[in-house]
Every structure is written in structure tokens, then in C-alpha cells.
Design a protein around this ligand. Sequence first.
Ligand code: GLU
Length: 283
Amino acid sequence: MSRTFVTRFAPSPTGYLHRGHAFSALTAHDAARAADGRFILRIEDIDRTRCRPEYEAAVYEDLAWLGLRWETPVRRQSEHMADYARALRELAERGLLYRCFRTRREIAEEIERAPHGAMEVFRGAPLPADEEERRVEAGEPFAWRLSLDAAERALGGFGALTFVEEGEGPAGERGVLPARPELGGDVVLARKDVGVAYHLAVVVDDALQEITHVIRGQDLFEATHVQRLLQALLALPTPVYRHHRLLAGPDGRRFAKRDRAETLRELRAGGVSPADLRREMGL
Ligand code: GLU
């Protein structure tokens, strides 16, 4: 078995899988097969408030129904919080993070007041040390944010940050692409209720699991720019990326959990077969 191609499907068990998930999982699985490589399933369940055991059980059931096989044991992020805490601490100790006490609502209001209309991303700065200390001592909740300014200083600019896109970004981007972490702003890397945020857990795990190819939807293209920066800051290897097109529903809009897109379980109950799904998806 070749060790030079390792890919993963990394669902968050916050709902039942739908067609879009099936497309990602099948695309990654088929690519691993074609390359005589490895296919890994990872359960991204760090947000305990949104994940449920029945959704996780359904992930295994639905993927097996699709005909996929994956390596076991499956890595469940909730069982490895210490790994992410270590990475977070390293970034904090190097002065790359700052505490942000703003509520989500305050941030939204600030973005609205921004001079150039709706700024999409948040850029902030650490508070003066005495104020920060006072608020921490008062027990005010805060989030840890990555400081793009500090990151830029640490790396001497973002100019050398690139990644290889073997699939296609939403605007057809492919080849060696410059990473633009500013697309994400000062991303939150940890909150009080969730000890670590998505971006950090993903880069730690992709490195630990020696993922060589990240195959996922174009909806995560911006995330790649942020994750590329985290890889550089943590001296982790950068996989090759293959972003794939997003499936559109009959009305031309993309399938998403929040739209109550038909779940794989509903399709299965309605008599749809995995072969039907593959045909419909052009796989
Ligand atoms: N867990 C993420 C999601 O379900 C995907 C992470 C990834 O593929 O990097 O949207």
C-alpha cells in the first residue's frame, strides 16, 4: 500500500449527512482508491454543544451504506483536546494570540460601522495589559484570536505562503496559489465554551494523521488560506488541496444542512441506492 497518498473525510456530527457530504466522502474515497492510498475518517466533534451521539452513529451507518471503508480506530477530536491545547499554548506564548472580550453582537455592530461599509472580517488588537488583567480577574469570558499583525511580523510577511490547488477554487483558482490569510481576519482559535476552534484542530490533525491531500468542498476554500498560515506558524507540513465543486439542488442552490437538504437516510428510506447517487453526481 502506498503511503504517499493519505486523504480524509472529516464530518462534524451536528446533523445527518446529506448529498453534499456524500459527494465529498465519495470523491475523497475514490481518489484514495485511484492512488492506492489511504482513506481516513475523522470525527470533528469539538463543539460538544452542537454534536450528538446519534449523529455520529449515523455517520458510520450512512458511509457504510455508501460502500465506503475507512481505517480504524477513527480519530474523534473530542478525545484529543490536549493536542489542540498544546498548539494553542504555543501560539499564545509566542505572542501570536490576544484575548478578545467582545461579544458576537458587538463585533457585528463594529463591522457595520466600519468606514468602507460591510467589512467581512474582524481585525482587532490586544487590550492594554492592565485592563486585560482586570477583566480576566473579574471572570469575564473571552475568546483567543489569532493576531494577523503579529503573525505577519513573525513570518516577515505572508509573501512566501503558498499552497498547491489541484482541484479548483470557487473562481477557478488552481496551481500554486498565494495564501491570503487576511480573508479570514483575526480568527477565533478558542472560546470559553469550546476549548479550541475548528481551524486549529484541523491543522493539528491533518499533520498528525500525515494527510497528504485535503479533498473537500469549495465552501472551505477560504478556510484553506487561514489554515495555511497556521501551518506556517506551527511549522507543520502543508498538504495538497483539492477543492471540489458544490452540488446544486434542483433549484440551483447548494445543498446544506440548514436548508434541511434531504439526508442520506431519507434518500435511502425512499429507495435511492448508492449507485443512483453516484450516477446523479457524475461519479
Ligand atoms: N468538519 C468540517 C465540516 O464538517 C470539515 C473540515 C474539513 O474538511 O477540513 O464542515
